[in-house]
Ligand binder design. Structure first.
Ligand code: ZN
Length: 272
């Protein structure tokens, strides 16, 4: 079976609270633990020292530097989100100038918590151009059917280059999108079969959908951004969540990709 790329979403942009690593130092530490446990992709948001989410590249820089200084060779996947509503549209893209290998590309507008997460077509085209300009590969995040359709449209327009790496996001409060296998399979059926895909599932749906991805040939995203509990009443850590996926992969016969293998599987240039 094809190796599985395990991605750890280390911190997210929710308000700081345990067990989320919420200082730049804690984010680096927790990301290193996830990498050592088997994560080959680290999805990162930035926070100020008091834990406030921020999209300011100045706060991504110490995290990236801390990981590289520690010898971490994982693929770094930086967020181009709103930092909990603090960054608007093009402000979200400043982080691309750090030239990460991978960054999130939210492919449309959706309700998100109590807010509206904006992604109109003119902005998506500007975002795609910025990714190209900085040589960053997009991880196209699709929260619902229309986002998949929009991704296909942007490929058709020549704005995004196939094959796309697609992350299907389900169960986020406010979106109204159920975190079910039926929903994921509906979205998957719309994608060309050769495109790599993974699922981000919120809360208690993370474990069953991680397992589904291992069985169905997808890649896996875990981490505290999506889920704070290892089990009911038991707080999670990024390391424990990654270790569990590694164990499940072993039981199900999926080898775990190293960062070098992950780059091949995701269509990223190898790292010199
Ligand atoms: Zn994120």
């Amino acid at each position: 079976m094809e190796p599985v790329v395990i991605q750890c979403a280390v911190t997210g942009s929710a308000d700081p609270r345990p067990p989320i690593p919420s200082t730049p130092e804690a984010i680096v530490q927790s990301a290193l633990e996830a990498w050592r446990a088997g994560a080959s992709v680290l999805h990162l948001h930035a926070r100020e020292p008091d834990g406030t989410p921020t999209q300011d590249p100045a706060w991504f820089e110490p995290v990236v530097a801390g990981l590289r200084d520690a010898g971490c060779d994982a693929v770094l996947n930086l967020s181009t989100g709103t930092a909990g509503g603090r960054a608007v549209r093009d402000e979200r893209l400043a982080v691309l100038r750090l030239r990460p290998e991978l960054a999130s590309f939210d492919c449309g507008t959706i309700n998100f918590g109590e807010r509206i997460f904006e992604g109109d077509l003119p902005f998506l085209r500007r975002m795609a151009a910025a990714f190209r300009e900085h040589g960053v590969v997009p991880e196209v995040e699709c929260f619902d059917t229309g986002h998949v359709g929009t991704a296909l449209q942007l490929v058709e327009e020549g704005v995004l280059d196939p094959p796309l790496l697609v992350q299907l996001v389900v169960g986020v409060p406010g979106t109204g999108v159920p975190a079910t296998i039926a929903q994921v399979e509906h979205l998957r059926r719309l994608l060309p079969p050769e495109w790599p895909w993974l699922v981000a599932a919120a809360g208690a749906a993370q474990l069953p959908l991680n397992t589904y991805c291992l069985i169905a040939g997808g890649h896996v995203r875990t981490g505290l951004e999506d889920n704070l509990r290892y089990a009911k009443g038991v707080p999670a850590t990024n390391r424990a969540l990654v270790e569990r996926v590694v164990r499940l992969a072993g039981e199900l016969g999926r080898p775990v990709a190293t960062p070098a293998r992950a780059r091949e599987l995701l269509g990223l240039p190898s790292r010199g």
